[in-house]
Design a protein around this ligand. Structure first.
Ligand code: FES
Length: 327
């Protein structure tokens, strides 16, 4: 898939905890970024290429609210303007000494970047403002997979009975019951019920998951899992498109504290097992995802993925002005 419209969305590119260690490099949709924190602790994103002799700014250091190039020390502020050439300290560097700057914000413990004017804001997850939920950072790693394949997998309730038999999948429950989709601009809500082998927590006794999910184009999924008698577990899975058919997997969750305490290590261990079961199969799929429904075969439970493909196709038709290579 080659779609410039993907440049017009926010992506969580770097954990704030990593940025606090110093400037970092990240490749978003083939665009190399130098990420750093300004003196106020606010993340900034510049093109990772000095306009003097092209050295990587991400190898530099932050000095006086600017990032200093490691080669000759030119300093750039968060707008990409060179504010100091140390070898000519009395001269204004002028407007031509600058690099590209990109929109960058902090949310949910990540620095988020949009390469061009974003079409939608970063999603607001209601659990983030709910004191009964705790934010747990889970995974930040690269997979050889299309982000759209992972999004489809999140809302594909026919795969747990095959892929997740080692964790929660039940061979007796092949599809979700009462599955419903309600579209909104840039995404949709998905609700349904899925029978599972075991509940997420030991204290959960009911073997049915109530799903209250949302997909946000192009690559963010919120999966809220409730049992009849247990705390809610809300997984946020984001796929950050890199280049050459690779994705940065960013996953965090909101765990409800129902008064029994939260065993963070147990939650992480369980979600890790589930995620590795998905990875094994997903990395075997084709990197390209055809948006034309005639190009793959389908079944009724594929509807969420087919709606994603249709909505992405509409975004491309409505907003695309130039092609870039992404997965
Ligand atoms: Fe960056 Fe010279 S290459 S200051």
């Amino acid at each position: 898939m080659e779609h410039a419209v993907f440049r017009r969305f926010w992506y969580p590119v770097m954990p704030m905890s990593k940025l606090k260690q110093g400037p970092q490099r990240f490749e978003l949709l083939g665009q190399a970024l130098a990420l750093f924190l300004d003196d106020g602790g606010v993340p900034a994103a510049l093109e990772d290429r000095c306009c003097h002799r092209t050295a990587r700014l991400s190898l530099g250091e932050v000095c006086d609210n600017a990032i200093a190039c490691p080669y000759h020390g030119w300093r750039y502020n968060r707008e990409g303007q060179c504010v100091l050439v140390p070898q000519m300290p009395d001269r204004d560097p002028g407007p031509k000494r600058r690099v590209k700057a990109f929109s960058c914000r902090e949310k949910y413990g990540y620095a988020w970047v949009a390469l061009e004017q974003p079409l939608f804001d970063i999603p607001d997850f209601p659990e983030a403002a709910d004191d009964s939920f705790v934010l747990i950072q889970e995974f930040y790693e690269e997979w050889r997979v299309s982000g759209l394949r992972v999004m489809e997998n999140e809302l594909d309730m026919a795969h747990p009975s095959y892929v997740h038999l080692g964790t929660f999948g039940s061979p007796e429950h092949l599809v979700a019951e009462d599955a419903k989709i309600e579209e909104f601009p840039g995404g949709f809500h998905y609700t349904g019920r899925l029978g599972v082998k075991q509940a997420h927590h030991a204290q959960d006794r009911n073997n049915e998951r109530f799903l209250d999910c949302s997909w946000y184009a192009p690559f963010i999924c919120r999966l809220r899992i409730n049992y009849a008698d247990g705390p809610a577990h809300v997984i946020i899975n984001c796929q950050v498109p890199l280049a050459n058919n690779r994705s940065q997997v960013v996953q965090f969750c909101f765990q409800e504290d129902d008064g029994n305490g939260i065993d963070e290590a147990a939650i992480l261990a369980f979600d890790r097992k589930v995620t590795l079961e998905d990875k094994h199969v997903l990395e075997s799929t084709d990197a390209d995802v055809p948006l034309d429904p005639r190009d793959e075969r389908h079944m009724v439970s594929d509807k969420p993925g087919l709606v994603m493909r249709r909505m992405i196709q509409a975004l491309i038709e409505n907003h695309e002005t130039q092609a870039v290579t992404v997965q």
